[in-house]
Design a binder for this molecule. Structure first.
Ligand SMILES: C[S@@+](CC[C@H](N)C(=O)[O-])C[C@H]1O[C@@H](n2cnc3c(N)ncnc32)[C@H](O)[C@@H]1O
Length: 219
């Protein structure tokens, strides 16, 4: 299923502004197109500033456009702890996208119970909550691993999980002449660093690992 009106919107209005996320958002929607039937999108960390395409990514605006232009049954639900973000996001999306104010881990815990009770699974889980401090990445990476830990019960092998803000990291030796010798390969860093370690450990299928990192086959 290729919703041509969505792709027209994406190519003309979003792609030129998305900068380092353009290619991976394109991969995300291409993947969603390959799934049959309605899709269920669940996001942590909603769009909080109108027009902030290159900065945050305007993810919720994109997901809202996608479900509206794909079919009448696909859903999008996003959670954010911050009242101001939630209020701003509600101004940016249609009524079909539910914007909930709560801590994401608590929210996912309840959502997963509801989904499993109804035999439903998440088609696409987008993790972009707890802001990243590059010098102290651990709290953010731990929070995103917690989100995956709870949500995994509502995933199936085709579910796509994407983490935003994952600039690559590597260990290196700084030489006297200021050149560097890499002593590890570059790997997923930032918000997705621990999710990536988990994904590697369970043999998940990595679709892309750039500024955003995405996997299927996590279960
Ligand atoms: C980077 S922004 C999300 C950007 C958005 N996905 C976009 O593309 O425009 C991160 C958001 O996560 C929210 N957040 C931080 N900690 C959270 C938590 N524990 N639970 C839910 N949301 C949280 C912040 O309030 C903020 O609005």
């Amino acid at each position: 299923m290729k919703p041509s009106k969505f792709w027209e919107f994406f190519d003309t209005q979003a792609a030129p502004l998305l900068a380092h996320r353009e290619k991976t958002f394109r991969q995300i929607f291409t993947y969603l197109d390959s799934l049959n039937g309605p899709v269920r999108i669940v996001e942590t960390g909603c769009a909080r500033l109108k027009g902030n395409w290159a900065g945050d990514g305007q993810s919720t605006v994109l997901f809202d456009q996608y479900i509206n232009l794909r079919d009448s049954e696909s859903t999008c639900i996003t959670v954010d702890i911050n009242e101001i973000s939630v209020r701003a996001c509600r101004e940016l999306v249609s009524q079909r996208t539910k914007v909930i104010q709560q801590d994401s881990v608590q929210f996912l815990s309840n959502l997963v119970k509801e989904y499993t009770a109804n035999n439903q699974t998440i088609s696409f889980l987008y993790l972009d909550s707890f802001d990243l401090d590059m010098n102290y990445w651990q709290p953010s990476a731990i929070h995103h691993l917690k989100e995956l830990t709870i949500a995994i019960r509502a995933l199936n092998s085709d579910s796509l999980v994407v983490v935003d803000d994952c600039p690559a990291t590597a260990d290196f030796i700084l030489n006297e002449n200021n050149t560097v010798n890499f002593i590890t390969r570059p790997r997923v860093g930032g918000k997705g660093r621990l999710v990536a370690e988990f994904a590697d450990a369970v043999g998940a299928n990595c679709l892309f690992a750039q500024y955003q990192a995405g996997w299927t086959n996590l279960v």
